[in-house]
Design a protein around this ligand. Structure first.
Ligand SMILES: [Cu+2]
Length: 261
């Protein structure tokens, strides 16, 4: 059993998750070593400077420069860690959004809109383009304010029950919020991102296999924050394509029928 499972972290389902887990694990072991080391130092100090062993205090204090040299040494070692290891590792392990999009221009995209206290998912439909949205257009029948005059939005569809995504693809979520700051956190995929009103922030990951999980809001956002749970279903890619196509066609037919009336 890994140290992370011991702390109750669920199984990983994303391509990048193993690297997050490795980092998490290294940090936990390092903290354990520091904890044990400083605890030993504490007791050694208590014993060494115990008043019964040193009945007469030293009035002159330390004369040599060992501590100065030690401190310079610590600065050098930390600089090597930061510049030689941390920065290059960060550059290697993070992927820029441009690179992700260039590698897979067809990557499925979903807009995720947080609101007190639920999540709404806006799919671009079969044309792959999101319709223009405007908060002023939000109403009971238009949960995310899609502009009815924008043709790109006619085949867009909304899901308020679950976020469905295909397994084994790079998925891009574009996160925003209608009211306050929320945070879309998917622990089994080892990813989370703040949803900020007025901004649309991309988040991307590759769910490696089919799964069902809950998504939680990880930013204290009001009195019912604890109830702000969504559900995520990662399904077979072919099944996903079939579902998304039919939902989009349904939506387009509905719009056409409305236009005829
Ligand atoms: Cu919240």
């Amino acid at each position: 059993m890994s140290i992370l499972e011991l702390f109750g972290l669920p199984e990983n389902y994303s391509q990048h998750g193993e690297q997050v887990d490795q980092m998490n694990s290294v940090i936990h072991w390092l903290m354990l070593v520091l904890f044990v080391g400083w605890t030993i130092f504490f007791f050694v100090t208590l014993f060494k400077f115990w008043h019964k062993r040193n009945p007469k205090p030293s009035y002159s204090g330390v004369k040599n420069h060992v501590s100065t040299h030690l401190e310079i040494g610590v600065v050098i070692v930390e600089a090597v860690f930061l510049l030689g290891f941390a920065f290059p590792l960060w550059a290697e392990r993070t992927d820029t959004f441009e690179r992700v999009v260039a590698n897979d221009p067809e990557a499925p995209r979903v807009r995720v809109i947080g609101q007190q206290y639920s999540w709404i998912y806006h799919y671009p439909g079969n044309d792959g383009v999101f319709g223009r949205t405007d908060n002023a257009l939000i109403s009971a029948d238009n949960a995310v304010g899609i502009d009815p005059d924008d043709v790109n939005g006619h085949d867009d569809f909304i899901s308020t029950t679950a976020l469905k995504l295909p397994a084994g693809r790079n998925c891009i979520l574009q996160l925003t919020s209608k009211d306050v700051i929320h945070n879309f956190a998917i622990v089994p995929l080892r990813i989370q991102q703040d949803c900020i009103p007025g901004k649309e922030i991309p988040m991307w990951f590759n769910p490696v296999k089919e799964m069902e999980t809950s998504v939680i809001c990880a930013q204290l956002c009001g009195e019912a924050h604890a109830n702000m749970k969504g559900s995520l279903e990662v399904i077979n890619a072919a099944e996903y394509a079939k579902w998304a196509t039919s939902r989009s066609e349904e939506e387009l037919a509905k719009k056409k029928a409305m236009a005829l009336n």
